[in-house]
Design a protein. Structure first.
Length: 111
């Protein structure tokens, strides 16, 4: 059976891994769209057609990013809730946790 500390750290580690996975997917979307935009910029076709296609790419980028951004928001909220509800007891072999902060990419400007 997991101790409260082990359970808490396991849960936080799982959330961190999910955040990293979602960020990687988001980076993949951005990279794919950027490659398509660069390819389109080099295309010798008419400027108005390029603008139309670039607008379509931007729409596609937003469509693909939206669920990932929503997932990241949900994961951030879950992680912040886990950080606020730290276990009161930790095993003697664990170093003191001190003030536990969220990763810098999750902190607001006020923190």
């Amino acid at each position: 059976m997991l101790t409260p500390y082990a359970s808490w750290t396991s849960s936080a580690d799982c959330l961190t891994a999910e955040i990293q996975h979602a960020l990687a997917k988001l980076a993949d979307v951005e990279t794919e769209i950027e490659i398509e935009c660069e390819r389109l910029e080099r295309w010798p076709g008419p400027a108005d057609e390029k603008e139309h296609l670039l607008a379509q790419l931007e729409t596609e980028r937003q469509r693909r990013r939206a669920p990932l951004a929503q997932r990241l928001t949900e994961l951030q909220q879950r992680l912040m809730a886990r950080i606020r509800v730290r276990p009161l007891h930790q095993p003697d072999d664990q170093p003191p946790m001190g003030e536990l902060l969220a990763p810098t990419y999750l902190r607001s400007a006020a923190e």
